[in-house]
Ligand binder design. Structure first.
Ligand SMILES: CSC[C@@H](O)[C@@H](O)C(=O)COP(=O)(O)O
Length: 343
């Protein structure tokens, strides 16, 4: 697995343009926080952990752009505010910026050094967190397993391994025979990214339309569903890419285990339940066109929420870097109190 969605070197952030994948591999260099903010909005970079890390490096680059014509801390507040408001749902974005905010000092040079270190730490931690999530999930899987996933919770959405794809990469490394079905994920087709990165790694992956998932479960062909997440509320309700909740309902009906792969930065325990999580609505053009070809007649109203809320009762377990926990308030409180994890 050798995919870098983002990398940073000495004031230059490089993003792999995910709007061009899987047909073209285009890397773009960024030295300006405003264009980094737009890259998040336009989904050149996407996936909860990746946008958090991009925002962190965006703040570093913002600090480096300071020209001395304002008070530095006020200037940095504006930089962070701009990055904060790029996408509303994935809490990893706010989590990363909240980690950087207290490191801002009056002195720009000192701040750049501190922010750069913090952004590197977040990046390194993300890869390790995902590897550990993968190891915990392998404990409930087996050689020969067939999995279903949705969206792209993969290496492209993280520093490495992905979240829901981490057990797939680790199983493959161990020589397990695994098969993965990847929902195409209307309307942005992130499932094509999953198919791209898993097939690059030599993992057996099959693309299906979103509406085929139920049929595969009915046919008894899916051993477990594993998805990523953008924000988990204190009671375990989970917000992930639109189309996740119907999968959970279907998995429940057909008794298929349904796991959410969740780094702890994806939890928002300040929100009691999923109904309080802001759900991004994106432009109608994402639904009405494909590669600039019209799919619908003009002027018909479109409703295009980017995420849905899976009720915690439908979730078999939440796989974190500390272990697999139950999707309920007690287990989540325990997780954040760093007490013994219930599995
Ligand atoms: C490890 S990524 C988990 C989620 O961020 C992923 O499933 C997802 O919903 C991404 O949404 P996107 O709109 O492509 O940023």
């Amino acid at each position: 697995m050798n995919i870098n969605a983002l990398s940073y070197n000495d004031g230059v952030l490089t993003l792999l343009d995910q709007t061009k994948l899987p047909h073209a591999t285009v890397y773009r260099d960024y030295t300006d926080y405003e264009t980094i903010a737009r890259a998040i909005e336009e989904m050149i970079v996407r996936g909860a952990p990746a946008i958090g890390m991009t925002a962190a490096y965006g703040a570093v680059i913002g600090a480096r752009q300071f020209t001395g014509d304002a008070h530095f801390t006020d200037y940095m507040e504006n930089v962070i505010d701009r990055l904060w408001h790029t996408r509303p749902t994935a809490v990893n974005l706010m989590w990363a910026l909240n980690r950087l905010k207290p490191l801002v000092r009056d002195n720009p040079a000192e701040t750049i050094q501190r922010l750069e270190q913090a952004a590197h730490d977040i990046f390194k931690e993300d890869a390790e967190i995902n590897r550990r999530i993968g190891e915990h999930l392998l404990e409930v899987l087996h050689d020969g397993v067939t999995l279903l996933t949705h969206c792209n919770p993969g290496a492209l959405a993280t520093a490495a391994y992905g979240t829901a794809t981490a057990p797939m990469y680790l199983a493959h490394e161990r020589g397990w025979n695994i098969k993965v079905y990847s929902d195409e994920t209307r309307p942005r087709l992130q499932g094509a990214l999953t198919a791209y990165e898993l097939s690059q790694a030599g993992i057996d992956v099959t693309t299906i339309t979103d509406s085929t998932a139920a049929t595969l479960m009915q046919q008894g062909k899916i051993d477990a569903v594993i998805v990523g997440c953008d924000r988990i509320a204190a009671n375990g309700d989970t917000v992930n890419k639109i189309g996740t909740m119907p999968l959970a309902i279907c998995a429940n009906y057909y008794n298929v285990p349904f796991y959410v792969a969740a780094p702890t930065p994806s939890f928002d325990i300040s929100l009691a339940d999923g109904s309080r999580i802001p759900i991004e609505e994106r432009q109608s053009v994402e639904v009405t066109t494909l590669n600039e070809q019209a799919l619908s007649i003009p002027d018909v109203p479109v409703y295009n929420p980017a995420f849905d809320i899976t009720p915690h009762k439908l979730i078999t377990g939440i796989a974190t870097e500390h272990g697999i926990i139950k999707a309920n308030k007690e287990a989540i409180i325990q997780l954040f109190e760093k007490k013994e994890i219930t599995t």
